[in-house]
Design a protein around this ligand. Structure first.
Ligand code: ATP
Length: 242
């Protein structure tokens, strides 16, 4: 028998009042895989990843991590299971130092037990990323790109099994994007799975191993990235109005 995939979602349904955000969506992500989650605005991408991260509750659906049922009730529960979301809305606190912000995110990586171990892990991550960021700096004094990298670092540090990055490059420059992509590659080489949500098709084809396309809350395509060019991607994503 095939071993269970890292993540399996079958028939995810989520309604917000009369809005059907997910209408039976499926998603499978393997270990060691960067999986692009694509779709037009409103297709349901953010809703699906929020469910996986414990930020929203599905109405229906079967969710499993490594074959075991997975229904996180909070960000903390998802993080404890190794599922971590980086999302623009999960912001940093501008008035606090980088160090204080990082310690505020400690529940995202319970495996980094003490303050010292945590700070060492972050310092190593910033080095790996090629970033010169002092832990003593006040967040609001950093450039927007550096503020975004600190927010992303909270998800990337430690030993997450499934890292979910929702539009992670929106505020980054080319140098930070290259660093981020090499960090992502190293995480998947170590066996993690990554869900990469993006509208930037060039980045998707550069980074992803496989893709899932959602349309109107359902999966309309999944398969390897290989052999799919940016035009084909755009066609898969585009949906007829009306
Ligand atoms: P985008 O690329 O614009 O982020 P998306 O694919 O992530 O889009 P979702 O944000 O998941 O799409 O939205 C799916 C649908 O659910 C949309 O119609 C959206 O308006 C609706 N929706 C999402 N969150 C809520 C909410 N909290 N309350 C009401 N409706 C919502």
């Amino acid at each position: 028998d095939d071993p269970a995939p890292l993540l399996s979602v079958r028939g995810a349904v989520k309604n917000y009042g009369l809005v059907q955000a997910l209408r039976g969506a499926d998603l499978t992500v393997g270990r060691g895989e960067v999986h692009g989650l694509l779709g037009a605005n409103g297709a349901g991408k953010s809703t699906l990843v929020k469910i996986l991260a414990g930020l929203a509750k599905p109405d229906e659906g079967d969710f499993a991590i490594d074959g075991a049922p997975f229904r996180p009730g909070s960000i903390r529960e998802a993080a404890a299971a190794g599922v971590r979301l980086a999302h623009q809305e999960l912001a940093i606190v501008p008035a606090l130092s980088v160090r204080q912000n990082l310690h505020l995110g400690r529940y995202l990586h319970p495996e980094l037990a003490g303050a010292k171990e945590r700070e060492r892990a972050y310092t190593e991550l910033f080095e790996e990323w090629g970033l010169d960021i002092s832990l003593d700096a006040v967040m609001r004094e950093l450039s927007p790109a550096h503020q975004a990298t600190v927010a992303l670092a909270k998800t990337l540090v430690g030993s997450g099994r499934l890292l979910i990055l929702d539009e992670p490059t929106a505020s980054l420059g080319p140098k930070e994007v290259s660093g981020l992509f090499s960090i992502i590659r190293r995480r998947v080489e170590a066996g993690a799975g990554v869900i990469f949500v993006s509208h930037r098709l060039g980045e998707v084809s550069r980074l992803c191993d496989a893709i899932t396309v959602l349309r109107n809350g359902q999966r309309v395509h999944d398969g390897p990235m290989e052999g799919v060019d940016e035009h084909a991607l755009a066609d898969l994503i585009a949906h007829d109005a009306g």
